[in-house]
Design a protein around this ligand. Structure first.
Ligand code: 13P
Length: 341
């Protein structure tokens, strides 16, 4: 079992490849569909995911896909269950297992991620449905006073409990502590908070006997707040993020798969590229983007069957750009190769 976890973790960060996060919960996918004026029905959600998963050739750049509970039970137009379809292309199916960030008691403005009750049984079922990796997301807000140590440590504890249960079930846990980048904070402040969050996370993972070689980290990049004046540029983002990880992420972690967290798709690609340009690093640096891989595809599709090919071209292009960023080979000029949607 141990070796299978190590092999799966390594395969997810194989050369030139990264992960598609397509695990939007019911509320989040509705928000995405609202933005293009499409009703969030089960069939529209299925059709949209079908478009992404059947994109010809994208498996050259995509190692795994994170699914939502509804999606892992759905099928492609020809009746093939999604996990089977993905696996047939060499793409590893994954599953989001947390049940969302809820208000943390006695901690105004902070959240704790729920979903541990019954998780052992759910993991067993998901493995039966084909999942070989999972995701659990915790969130932390930055203000002058937040995040509190209380929020940092309770979320780290829950992330480690989730990770241990995953490994017991033969599923690779992606641990996702997301420091939200809304606000006016400086990049230094984002650095300090991200350092504290990662330090607590790896302490708890160690204490709860998690095999670090069989995990992946899905972190935020260290950024200036989205509303900050004088926001840091690409090189600065790469420098601060790497400095933080060199100090707080063990070399045993096979890969770091960044979330995009509301960055524009081209920023998310450029930042990843700048980090890989100064490699090699102790861990693979890759992507597990939701919005930054899907935004142009969602727009091109707009809920219309006649736009499926345009949506697939847009998704394929972003996957290819992020693949280039895995080796520092990305350049904004490459964006011109995009086939107009
Ligand atoms: P974004 O890349 O849109 O932040 O989504 C990644 C994700 O899975 C968040 O949990």
């Amino acid at each position: 079992m141990t070796n299978e976890l190590h092999e799966t973790a390594k395969a997810l960060v194989a050369e030139g490849k990264g992960i598609l996060a397509a695990d939007e919960s019911g509320g989040t996918i509705k928000k995405r569909f609202d933005s293009i004026g499409v009703e969030s029905t089960e069939e529209n959600r299925r059709g949209y995911r079908d478009m992404l998963f059947t994109t010809p050739g994208v498996e050259e750049y995509i190692s795994g896909v994170i699914l939502f509970d509804e999606t892992i039970r759905q099928s492609s137009a020809d009746g093939t269950p999604f996990p089977e379809l993905l696996a047939s292309k060499g793409v590893i199916p994954g599953i989001k297992v947390d049940q969302g960030a809820k208000p943390l008691a006695h901690a105004d403005g902070e959240t704790i991620t729920e979903g541990l009750d019954g998780l052992r049984q759910r993991l067993e079922e998901y493995r039966g449905l084909g999942a070989r990796f999972a995701k659990w997301r915790a969130t932390y807000s930055i203000t002058d006073a937040l995040p509190s140590d209380y929020c940092i440590w309770t979320n780290a504890h829950a992330l480690a409990r989730y990770a241990a249960l995953c490994q017991e079930a033969g599923i690779v846990p992606i641990v996702e502590p997301e420091v939200l980048q809304d606000g006016t904070h400086t990049i230094e402040r984002s650095y300090h908070v991200t350092c504290r969050v990662l330090d607590a996370l790896y302490t708890e993972l160690f204490d709860q006997r998690v095999d670090i070689f069989g995990t992946l980290l899905k972190p935020n990049m260290v950024l200036s707040g989205y509303e900050a004046s004088n926001r840091a540029g690409t090189e600065e983002v790469a420098d601060w993020t790497l400095k933080c990880f060199y100090k707080h992420v063990p070399a045993a972690v096979p890969g770091v798969v960044f979330l995009s967290g509301g960055q524009s798709d081209e920023d998310a690609t450029a930042h990843l590229n700048a980090m890989n340009a100064t490699g090699p690093h102790p861990w693979q640096l890759s992507f597990s983007y939701g919005r930054a891989l899907q935004a142009p595809a969602l727009k091109a599709w707009a809920g219309k069957p006649e736009n499926v090919e345009a949506g697939q071209r847009a998704y394929y292009h972003r996957a290819k750009m992020n693949s280039a960023a895995r080796t520092g080979a990305y350049a904004p000029e490459l964006e011109r190769d995009a086939v107009p949607a």
